[in-house]
Write a protein that binds this ligand. Structure first.
Ligand SMILES: [Zn+2]
Length: 105
């Protein structure tokens, strides 16, 4: 049994409530009465999986391979990598940046 959480009140007192027009499982929160469809893309990646991904990235394994091993989606992984590299401060060539003095003419 998966533990679904109500997007409205965070209650886990959720029951299945038939299917919507496109065949997706509909749910209803018994606490606040909110109906919602589980979003399959919103999968939580726990920190141990992220730690493993970090190691695999250092081994220069292709993203597709990491996605398969860690059971995450490639699109999620791509976004994760993008965020990761954005967070790295760019400290390259700060001290060694010497401009030649413009002495010509
Ligand atoms: Zn609720």
């Amino acid at each position: 049994m998966s533990t679904l959480t109500c997007p409205n009140c965070r209650s886990q007192n959720v029951v299945k409530n038939g299917r919507i027009h496109n065949g997706k499982q509909n749910h209803k929160c018994k606490t606040c009465g909110r109906q919602f469809v589980e979003a399959p893309q919103q999968k939580r990646i726990d920190s141990s999986t992220k730690g493993l991904i970090d190691k695999l990235l250092l081994e220069k394994i292709p993203l597709a391979g990491i996605a398969r091993v860690c059971d995450v989606s490639e699109s999620w992984l791509q976004e994760y990598v993008n965020c990761k590299y954005e967070a790295v401060p760019r400290t390259v060539n700060i001290s060694s940046k010497k401009r030649p003095i413009n002495s010509s003419m």
